[in-house]
Design a binder for this molecule. Structure first.
Ligand SMILES: Cc1ncc(COP(=O)(O)O)c(C=O)c1O
Length: 383
């Protein structure tokens, strides 16, 4: 069994009868024929397609989900000495990009049910140096944007949704990446809308920010060889945009399958008496970039599952506030140290095989193996 089966993806049939592989091959051939490898017509086609899907006015396709965050922060003018509030429970990019600009990540603990930034703890973390807030829509479910946006608005702060794991999910009928000032996502191959290489995108309804993000992603260039902003080389390759367009017609079905399989996992686990399954907040859908449970004695459970041929992974074993690369970056140490909910999560979470082509039989095998492994690992002695 594979954790994510990307080879199976290429064999999927699109609504027009071709396989994804055939559609992607045709798209690649078209790029090789026209030869516009940088900012070719596929980039704009991808941006138009994705902004319509998300329901926002602007999409800027960029080189990765990390670049999308960096470009969003640069476009907002975040610089050395500023603070950006974020979650300690995420992939390194969320904090790395803040630190790259010389700004300081200020961490707010997470909600124990959803693993997303806890809005109830947000306000005390805001200072007169705060320039932005980056909630992450972790594992595929949007963070609590109504609550976060309301607090941000009171303080005049922009909110960047790191939607690397949640592209395709919804909150009260609105799509992830269109839920705040800026939404960013990643097209890393294993992501819900993954390409076959690196890619990412920024989304916004704010035309001025969109112009700035586009410029910043292209060396800050206002017109040929005239640079008004410090920028980066953050463009998506035409070839990667073409690959994503080839895969696009299947995406709605993949989202539907992810939602269905995630719900089926939870039903099966609960029927088997295993209850620490993901919690979906009211009004949210999840694309289950990861299907993540909590277990005692995680290493032992992982070893037992491995013996049964079931791969698992941990997202994430170390808080961002404790990453060696970031330890010296925290100025307001109380916000870097007191993160008890996130600390427990990183000791207990474990992600299971999850992708849109996971068979019913394989899902049953995972459920049986996990239920059996958790009933066979000895209960730890009380502290
Ligand atoms: C939450 C989160 N943010 C940002 C990123 C960075 O995306 P990329 O790998 O495309 O740079 C990832 C990718 O793993 C992620 O999971």
């Amino acid at each position: 069994m594979q954790f994510i089966d990307l080879a199976a993806q290429q064999r999927q049939q699109l609504p027009d009868g071709r396989t994804i592989r055939e559609a992607v091959d045709a798209r690649i051939a078209a790029v090789l024929n026209h030869g516009r490898y940088i900012l070719g017509p596929e980039v704009e086609e991808l941006e138009t397609t994705l902004s319509a899907y998300v329901g926002v006015e602007h999409c800027i396709a960029v080189a990765s989900g990390t670049d999308a965050l960096l470009i969003a922060l640069m476009a907002l003018g975040v610089q050395a000495g500023d603070e950006v509030i974020t979650t300690p429970f995420s992939f390194i990019s969320t904090s790395e990009t803040i630190a790259l600009l010389g700004a300081t990540p200020v961490y707010v603990d997470i909600d124990p049910a959803t693993y997303n930034l806890d809005p109830a703890k947000l306000e005390p973390a805001i200072s007169n140096r705060t320039k932005a807030i980056i909630p992450v829509s972790l594992y595929g479910q949007p963070a609590d944007f109504p609550a976060i946006n309301a607090i941000a608005e009171l303080h005049g702060l922009p909110v960047i949704e790191d939607g690397a794991q949640s592209f395709g999910s919804e909150q009260k009928g609105r799509r992830s990446c269109g839920l705040s000032t800026i939404g960013t996502t990643s097209f890393f191959p294993s992501k819900p809308f993954g390409g076959y290489g690196d890619g990412g995108a920024c989304f916004t309804n704010n035309s001025e920010l969109a112009d700035r993000m586009r410029r910043v992603s292209r060396h800050g260039q206002a017109r040929r060889y005239f640079h008004t902003d410090i920028g980066v080389n953050g463009r998506i390759d035409t070839l990667q945009a073409a690959i994503l367009l080839g895969k696009w017609p299947n995406f709605p079905r993949e989202v539907e399958a992810r939602c269905r399989l995630g719900a089926a996992y939870s039903r099966k686990f609960q029927a088997a008496g295993f209850s620490s399954t993901p919690h979906l907040s009211e009004g949210n859908t999840s694309v289950y970039a990861q299907y993540t449970v909590q277990v005692d004695q995680r290493a032992e459970v992982q070893a037992l599952l491995k013996e049964s041929g079931i791969p698992t992974s941990v997202h994430y074993p170390t808080l961002l506030s404790q990453q060696p690369a970031l330890r010296n970056v925290h100025s307001r140490s109380s916000h870097a140290c007191h993160l008890p909910v996130a600390q427990v999560a990183c000791e207990r979470v474990m992600s299971l095989p999850m992708h849109p082509w996971l068979s019913n039989d394989d899902q049953d095998r995972v459920v049986d193996a996990l239920v059996s492994a958790t009933s066979h690992t000895p209960i730890p002695a009380a502290a």
